[in-house]
Design a protein around this ligand. Structure first.
Ligand code: ATP
Ligand code: MG
Length: 248
């Protein structure tokens, strides 16, 4: 039987195809495919949809990005393979800089990712020119290199699908961290200031829409967002879904 195109399972197959394509193009590494598998599992547990709880985090993220002095979007292989167009759109709406920042660094892969982003309309891409390389303290060698004009100087950093060590190092370095992470229990999810527990492929589109709709007055008002409380709600959704599945 054919699965309708809008069915969550069909969408998850489409996402897999995008990643495999990204892998063949040299954007995604093997480890990225495995990390995606972990994400898929959590997506299944949250119901393969954007929850109300995630929408709250998206609104807080939009406000933080729009209010930032120097927001930066950190791009890795999986994020580029899934959301190249949306990364560029979000950067244009919020004024955020785009920085390619890879866990498994390779100059060749950085260049391919930059090319894809340019194809989607990006003008300036940081993280490529070694002349501007700076180091984040308290993180081991290759993983700590960032761009002086980007993450190094940023006040707010969007780092989706990030590893916990890096997120902790960014926090210690004084950054406000926003992340997309389908696992509300990961170290990144627990360490970030704003965690959007949603698939980047769904959440980025909503984040862009919310940024477009937020008014100046919305930004003046102080945010009441509580990440820990929001994460507990996401864990509660998983627990409820598991109970439902167990009783079905
Ligand atoms: P941590 O290091 O933060 O404890 P981890 O070691 O479990 O996390 P990593 O491989 O370091 O996992 O980071 C990848 C994270 O990205 C995982 O938590 C995974 O659930 C999440 N993830 C994978 N694909 C997506 C996606 N498409 N959208 C949102 N999150 C995703
Ligand atoms: Mg990790």
């Amino acid at each position: 039987m054919l699965i309708p195109k809008t069915h969550p399972r069909a969408i998850s197959l489409y996402i897999r195809e995008k990643l495999v394509h990204g892998f063949r193009e040299g954007i995604v590494v093997e480890e990225g495919l495995l990390a995606h598998g972990r994400g898929e599992m959590f997506d299944y547990l949250i119901g393969e949809k954007t929850t109300k709880t995630s929408r709250k985090a998206i609104k807080a993220a939009a406000r933080a990005l729009l209010a930032a002095k120097l927001p930066v979007i950190s791009v890795n292989g999986n994020f580029a393979a899934l959301c190249a167009k949306e990364i560029v759109e979000l950067s244009k709406i919020t004024g955020a800089k785009i920085e390619v920042n890879l866990f498994y660094a390779s100059e060749k892969r950085k260049k391919i990712i930059a090319q894809i982003l340019r194809k989607n309309g990006a003008n300036e891409i940081l993280g490529i020119d070694p002349k501007f390389a700076k180091r984040i303290p308290k993180l081991d060698s290759a993983r700590r290199v960032v761009d002086k004009r980007g993450i190094f100087s940023a006040d707010v950093v969007l780092v989706p699908l990030e590893d916990g060590d890096r997120t902790i190092a960014l926090k210690k370095f004084g950054k406000d961290v926003i992340t997309f992470d389908l696992n509300p229990m990961s170290r990144t999810a627990q360490t970030a200031d704003i965690t959007i527990v949603d698939n980047v492929i769904r959440g980025m589109k909503i984040l862009i829409d919310v940024c477009k709709k937020l008014s100046k007055e919305d930004l003046v008002e102080k945010s009441k967002f509580d990440n820990k409380k929001n994460l507990k709600k996401s864990i509660g959704i998983i627990r409820k879904n598991l109970r439902k599945m167990a009783n079905a």
